[in-house]
Design a protein around this ligand. Structure first.
Ligand code: HEM
Length: 483
């Protein structure tokens, strides 16, 4: 309900050619920026990089890692960490991890496909896969969220901390630490954090021991390492030159795991769901997979394959426009500035309303329509669109550092799934009730059925499914009209 209200206000603002509205939380004004116009001057201003006060809730877990830090500390960390997302050897290693874990996910979906008439919630499967990926890419250790049969303390703690943080962020009376720490939930958070910190500390110390032993043997030649190098190795390599302590490394490893897990899970989950709603689009995705992989459902997806996924690229973008995993981000204005004709004062709490910006009809004509073609390179509108109109990964120098990593991960996982399966959604979008709990969530779990893909041409020509798509498109349209 509240989230619908935020979206409705944003649409009304845009219809009146305004880009900003204010809600009062008791005596605090909270400003929502919902227009791409003018966002550039704010988001690209190197003085406006400080996150809003609510990010402090993350600090017991992430301390002041890249996501939560500010000023000089943030600048220095961003410089140190950026190479880990561009190093070819590391990216190739991440690709191996994506492929291995995507195959396990596909095997788990195979089980669902044995009962095609039953529906299931894909989220727990996808979330376990993205957790295995991010933890292995960060630390080199796989927590086996997907394949472990036994109760896993770390996996359980990861799920629980997300729930606790989401609940606390929606309950301002729990914000002061002196209250929260005395509540049952506050004490539970302490226990959960002990498990999470214990895990990351242990893997860092183990990796450091191996790293030091290799340094003695091989010197600086990382090519001689027989291990699969990961994010943590990149930090350990810079440890002495950059004077990073083990605590510094730990906060960045924890941040990497937090930011890279649920965001990607939400993106993949929403993508599969939307494909279930739009079988005509899904059929084109299948056709593209067919043109790249032929009948080979097993071979790993490569960087070259990804270059060819031009249609999938448009569908991923349209899916993140319609359902962006991070719908709102917070900043605190560090100096007065003018946005859409309004002066916003220093110290104001600002929300950049990504989801609202993505539905601006002045930029995305007929914004409720799921239309991947808007992102096609040949589309004139796509060429003319402001780079601040579509910002699922934020924008400016404080944008998502993991954007490339996430893009590759999504394409490997999706190409593995859409070579093998057809997804059908059994719910109209108005039934899943969008809400915000840090990330974009649904009040009602998504339910889908999974079918083994036998013959793609048959699916392309299946008029019954296309008709089904039209019905679903109609229902998608309805929720965004805000009855
Ligand atoms: C589809 C997946 C993802 C989405 C939609 C996403 C989105 C975002 C957004 C909107 C921000 C800005 C947050 C803010 O200003 O408060 C952000 C920041 C960040 N993201 Fe991502 N992200 C994704 C995946 C990842 C992955 C896989 C990683 C790591 C491997 C990652 C690491 C980070 C970090 C460290 C920051 C903080 C950057 C800084 O403040 O300098 N993200 N992400």
């Amino acid at each position: 309900m509240f989230y619908d209200l935020l979206r409705r206000l944003s649409t009304e603002c845009q219809n009146q050619d305004k880009g900003v509205y204010c809600l009062w939380y008791t005596v605090w004004p909270i400003i929502f920026l919902c227009s791409a116009k003018g966002l550039e001057t704010f988001i690209n201003n190197s003085k406006q990089l400080v996150k809003s006060f609510d990010y402090i809730l993350l600090e017991p877990w992430l301390k002041t890692g890249l996501l939560t830090s500010k000023n000089e500390k943030w600048r220095s960390r961003r410089r140190i960490i950026t190479p880990s997302f561009h190093d070819t050897q590391l990216l190739n290693n991440y690709m191996i991890i994506f492929n291995e874990q995507a195959c396990i996910l596909a095997r788990r979906f195979d089980d669902c496909a044995t009962q095609p008439n039953k529906t299931h919630d894909p989220y727990p499967y996808i979330s376990a896969c993205t957790l295995d990926i991010i933890v292995e890419a960060a630390t080199g250790t796989n927590p086996k969220a997907q394949s472990g049969d036994e109760k896993n303390e770390f996996v359980e703690a990861t799920v629980r901390i997300t729930e606790i943080l989401s609940l606390r962020s929606r309950s301002p009376w729990m914000w002061p630490p002196f209250i929260f720490d005395r509540l049952v939930i506050g004490r539970e958070q302490k226990k959960v954090l002990k498990v999470l910190h214990g895990f990351s500390r242990k893997v860092i110390e183990e990796r450091l021991t191996t790293f030091n032993a290799e340094q003695v043997k091989n010197g600086d030649d990382k090519k001689k390492s027989t291990r699969r190098l990961v994010f943590l190795d990149s930090l350990l390599t810079q440890m002495h030159a950059e004077q990073l302590s083990l605590d510094d490394i730990q906060e960045e490893v924890d941040t990497f795991m937090f930011e890279g897990h649920d965001t990607t899970a939400a993106a993949l989950n929403f993508f599969c769901y939307l494909m279930g709603c739009y079988p005509d689009v899904q059929a084109k995705v299948h056709a593209e997979m067919d043109s790249i992989f032929g009948d080979d459902r097993e071979r790993p997806c490569t960087m070259d394959d990804i270059q060819q996924m031009t249609y999938l690229d448009c569908v991923i973008k349209e899916s993140m426009r319609i359902l962006p995993p991070v719908p709102i981000i917070g900043r605190e204005a560090q100096e007065d500035f003018v946005y859409c004709g309004q002066t916003i004062r220093k110290g104001t709490h600002l929300n950049i309303f990504i989801h609202g910006i993505h539905f601006d009809a002045n930029i995305f004509p007929n914004p409720n329509k799921f239309d991947p073609e808007r992102f096609a390179e040949s589309s004139l509108i796509s060429k003319e669109r402001s780079p601040f109109a579509f910002i699922p990964f934020s924008a400016g120098s404080r944008n998502c550092i993991g954007q490339r990593f996430a893009g590759l991960e999504e394409r490997v996982v999706l190409s593995t799934l859409f070579r093998r399966f057809i997804f059908r959604s059994t719910q109209a979008i108005e039934d899943i009730h969008l809400t915000i709990k840090g990330l974009l969530r649904t009040e009602v779990p998504i339910q889908m059925s999974t079918h083994v893909l036998h013959n793609k041409q048959e699916w392309l020509n299946d008029q019954r499914n296309i008709q089904h798509a039209n019905i679903k498109q109609e229902s998608l349209r309805q929720i965004y009209v805000f009855r």
